[in-house]
Design a protein around this ligand. Structure first.
Ligand code: SAH
Length: 393
């Protein structure tokens, strides 16, 4: 077993059971990509069993802080079993569920989403790549699924020195499934969809939106960055009669249109706009339009804290426009999925946007990712999606 020795004082984060060690904290020791190593403090004390990643800034990702634990097929079986059992307890109202959420489930770099009978999986670290076959077999065993599609085509693989990979790892067949999410139906293509196929993290917020649209009697709804129209269908389910989905992806909008029909809603109640959101918001404002409800769910403007400044301006801009486009009493759901923008900062940004817009709003509810995308006490970085439900005064 190879040993990685840390610099003096650099053991603190592992002692707090935070699973990452950055390159600068390593004093000596080397291993192959993904190889299991024993991580020791500078005085030789055991800290963790971990996966080594020679090309990543995150040089070491801990598998276990228990010296007696062995990192083998049984280890992965146990961790996966625990992750799946936790989701069963959540009793999620959908057949689309995140079963493994990386570090939060003690499996750094592993994302597993279940879409009906298909597991869609991202192996995002050298460690998960090395254990891919073991993990794939254990996943089938633990879930009873027979099909597993790999979506390791995320950019973060590059930082681990890994090439993109995409395709069936186990089983085969059609890559499209239909989800029943709360009261709405959605189709997902695990091959072509974003991330592992869909944005399961917004499930509960889509359901909340349907309820609020009904409660406040919202009729006209603007869904910005709509992707395949999840929030749009939710709005129709809540009784909206004029819903606009805006996205820059034609194929996503085609699916949004199909989703309206799939759920039995009148296509005359829905319009897809293949356009840039920023320009569209400005145009709608010029046209004097206003809406009963608006959703702003943009892509990650700040991939890391280093981009926080520019991203803050971008968030402020769309929120200023969004607030102006709300009718008095109107409902705004606004989100940021940037890890580099914390919940408190996001609140500040939206407050600034309100001041600029001359609009105040009641903060109805703070929003976060669905509970199958958990955060843990030791790994605050896991908290990425935050949002606000606002009611214009
Ligand atoms: N709310 C969606 C997920 C949104 S993901 C859901 O619940 O499923 C972000 C979306 O923003 C993507 O579909 C992407 O195509 C779109 N997008 C990114 N930049 C854009 C821009 N400048 N204008 C319009 N759409 C954009």
């Amino acid at each position: 077993m190879k040993v990685i020795r840390l610099r003096e004082g650099k053991e603190r984060s592992l002692l707090r059971q935070h699973p990452w060690v950055f390159a600068g904290s390593v004093a000596k020791g080397k291993a192959d990509p993904g190889e299991t190593v024993r991580v020791e403090a500078d005085d030789g004390r055991f800290l963790a069993w971990a996966a080594f990643s020679p090309s990543s800034m995150i040089r070491v990702r801990a598998w276990s802080f228990d010296e007696a634990e062995r990192i083998d097929a049984g280890f992965f079986q146990r961790r996966l079993q625990a992750a799946v059992a936790m989701r069963q307890r959540l009793a999620i109202q959908s057949n689309g569920v995140r079963l493994v959420h990386g570090e939060a489930d003690g499996l750094p770099g592993l994302i597993v989403d279940r879409y009906d009978d298909i597991l869609s999986v991202q192996f995002l670290s050298a460690g998960t790549e090395r254990w891919k076959d073991v993990i794939a077999d254990a996943l089938l065993q633990v879930t009873g699924c027979q099909r597993l599609f790999e979506r390791s085509d995320s950019g973060v693989r590059q930082m681990e020195g890994l090439a993109p990979a995409k395709g069936w790892l186990r089983g085969e067949g059609s890559t499209t499934v239909t989800l029943q999410e709360h009261a709405i139906r959605l189709t997902v293509d695990v091959e072509e969809g974003h991330k592992t196929g869909y944005y399961l993290d917004q499930r509960e917020n889509r359901a909340l939106f349907a309820r609020l649209v009904r409660q406040f009697g919202c009729k006209s709804v603007l869904n910005c960055y709509s992707y395949t129209g999840g929030f749009s269908v939710a709005a129709l389910a809540g009784g909206a009669t004029e819903v606009i989905s805006v996205d820059s992806s034609g194929p996503a909008l085609a699916r949004a249109d199909a989703h309206v029909l799939l759920n039995g809603f009148d296509p005359a109640h829905h319009t897809s706009m293949d356009a840039d959101v920023n320009g569209t918001l400005r145009q709608l404002l010029k046209d004097g339009r206003q809406f009963d409800a608006i959703v702003l769910d943009p892509p990650k403007f700040a991939p890391s804290a280093a981009h926080a400044d520019r991203a803050s301006r971008a968030y402020k801009d769309i929120n200023r426009l969004g607030l102006k486009l709300l009718k008095p009493g109107g409902l705004l759901l606004t989100f940021s999925c940037s890890g580099g923008i914390g919940a408190e900062l996001f609140h500040k940004i939206v407050a600034g946007a309100g001041l600029d817009a001359g609009v105040d709003a009641y903060l109805m509810q703070r929003l976060e990712a669905s509970s199958d995308h958990p955060t843990t006490l030791c790994f605050p970085e896991g908290e990425y999606l935050k949002g606000l439900a606002l009611l214009r005064r």
